[in-house]
Design a protein around this ligand. Structure first.
Ligand SMILES: [Zn+2]
Ligand SMILES: [Zn+2]
Ligand SMILES: [Zn+2]
Length: 238
């Protein structure tokens, strides 16, 4: 199993609109772009499973491919924007998501091809050869990360969190995790209560102790802060 990222940035993306920081300028110069955090995995039968759907263009990216399911972490637009077009798919697509009475825009009123299914924390959901267990995370909207397990690999996808509850940590510590991806949106001096900064994220990753650990949901401000101050990180942003 390989988690493939469509983007690993925060909602502003990199380059951020009209920002002249050195990171945004470098991305522009190199023709690089990093959009909001979302990922997918390929199944043995060639179907794909989406983790979040924040890239607006996602319906076109996977046009012609069968989407077996979507596992949404939460309904912030940078994770859900692509659903607005995916709902016009000719296929029925099941979208598992945490409890959220508002959801995103009018999607619950007009779901069309999307079949919204509320996940239950710590209750595994099986799709093809994978098992997805929702893990509650602390964020400004009800949010669950996912533990993804297949025969020979376990991945923790923990995007958008300002912290991890005792119960969620207990669950994570009860598993042997091969790869862990965690929100490290902020620099320590930019804390806003909705995301981890990279120092807090480092402590969480140390505690989880996965075989490989990475930072996601990067902000151009944070990357610039790291570059400007020559900060050596224990884990890499991808
Ligand atoms: Zn910038
Ligand atoms: Zn969010
Ligand atoms: Zn986000």
């Amino acid at each position: 199993m390989k988690l493939k990222f469509l983007g690993t940035a925060d909602s502003g993306g990199i380059p951020s609109h009209n920002c002249d920081c050195s990171i945004c300028e470098e991305y522009r110069r190199k023709g690089k772009k990093n959009l909001a955090t979302s990922a997918y995995i390929e199944c043995e039968n060639d179907e794909i499973i989406l983790l979040d759907a924040g890239i607006e263009d996602i319906a076109s990216i996977f046009d012609g491919g069968k989407i077996a399911a979507i596992f949404l972490t939460h309904f912030h637009p940078d994770h859900a924007l692509g659903l607005l077009r995916l709902r016009y798919s000719s296929d029925k697509i099941v979208c598992y998501h945490p409890k959220d009475k508002d959801g995103f825009a009018d999607l619950f009123k007009h779901p069309k091809a999307l079949d919204f299914m509320e996940n239950i924390p710590f209750n595994p959901i099986e799709v093809n050869e994978f098992k997805f267990t929702p893990i509650p995370l602390k964020h400004s909207k009800n949010t669950t990360g996912y533990l993804i397990q297949t025969k020979n690999k376990t991945i923790a996808y923990l995007t958008d969190c300002a912290g991890i509850s005792e119960k969620s940590m207990e669950f994570l510590l009860s598993c042997t995790i091969d790869e862990c991806y965690i929100d490290a949106c902020l620099a320590p001096n930019f804390s806003n209560g909705n995301h981890l900064n990279y120092e807090e994220a480092t402590l969480v990753l140390d505690e989880i102790g996965a075989k490989k650990s990475y930072f996601i949901h990067s902000s151009h401000f944070t990357l610039e802060h790291i570059k400007r101050n020559n900060i050596e990180l224990k884990y890499d942003y991808i």
